[in-house]
Design a protein around this ligand. Structure first.
Ligand code: AMP
Length: 278
């Protein structure tokens, strides 16, 4: 396994490989990350992973400094998975003095996570653009867990004619339905138990939709009612949106729906979603 910290060394080592499947991460790896790496290796032969907690996608009041980090453990997991290329840059390697470019997708900041976290997706798009240029992967793998991120990355790659194929893989969940996330480690045992309410709210809307409810308001109301049952949960938004434009739907139509929510459990902000075919 090659663990590399500079762009120059990464390019040199990467040149020794043909097809590469790439998984960008912020580390503190869990089964959701590992499933992406397995798919990358299966489909491309060689897997590359980056571990970089990207400061530009965190707002000043957010959790950049206390975001969980455990590089030693991460590297052990990557070795077990047979990952060949690991890119672990310092912040100064990615944003050296004089850095001055941003990839901006203004429409992303109008809805869902973008509306709740101004500038977040510009930070994400810029770092993913840089990482794709550095790694030059055949395919790059992203989790459905971060639904709007997949929409933003696909749009950027299309708009900027980037040659990498974007692959989106299903959300990996704990036994009670909670979507795996590095941030779940912030939860106290009581909060962890309460956090299963997110998946319960999503599945309530999914079942209602399957039983014929097409009204966005009816589905959003159903999610809010489930969340209201959990005193530790403070919903930020519940959404039934078009899967491509991410605009809220009055009626679920032939394109189906992205059902999503953001909920605070204590101070921990959790997001989850289900993508529903028509
Ligand atoms: P992160 O380290 O949180 O930036 O995540 C790195 C990649 O793993 C992103 O593409 C995420 O969407 C994906 N990911 C995170 N959690 C999960 C999960 N529970 N299931 C599938 N993919 C995930």
């Amino acid at each position: 396994m090659n663990v590399i910290t500079t762009v120059k060394d990464f390019r040199q080592t990467r040149a020794g490989f043909d097809r590469v499947g790439f998984v960008p991460t912020m580390g503190y790896l869990h089964e959701g990350h590992l499933s992406l790496m397995r798919q990358a290796r299966r489909e491309c032969g060689t897997a590359a992973v980056s571990i970089f907690v990207n400061p530009t996608q965190f707002a000043p009041h957010e959790d950049f400094t206390r975001y969980p980090r455990d590089l030693e453990r991460d590297l052990r997991l990557l070795a077990v998975e047979g990952v060949e290329l690991v890119f672990v840059p310092e912040v100064g390697e990615m944003y050296p003095e004089g850095f001055g470019t941003a990839v901006v997708l203004p429409a992303a900041d109008e809805v869902l996570e973008g509306a709740a976290r101004p500038d977040h997706f510009s930070g994400v798009a810029t770092v993913v653009c840089k990482l794709l240029n550095i790694v030059q992967p055949t395919r790059a793998y992203f989790g459905q867990k971060d639904a709007q991120q997949t929409v933003v990355v696909r749009q950027m790659v299309r708009d900027l004619n980037m040659p990498t194929q974007i692959v989106v893989a299903p959300t990996v969940r704990e036994a009670d339905g909670l979507a795996m996330s590095s941030r779940n480690s912030y939860l106290t045992p009581k909060q962890r138990a309460a956090a299963q309410i997110l998946y319960r709210a999503l599945t309530a809307a999914q079942e209602l939709l399957a039983s014929g409810e097409r009204h966005g308001d009816g589905l959003r109301q159903a999610m809010s009612e489930v969340l209201a049952d959990e005193p530790l949960a403070r919903p930020e938004y519940v959404s039934v949106a078009d899967p491509l434009t991410l605009r809220e739907l009055a009626e679920v139509g032939p394109r189906g729906a992205l059902i999503s929510l953001a909920v605070r459990v204590g101070v921990v902000r959790l997001i989850d979603n289900l993508l529903i075919d028509a």
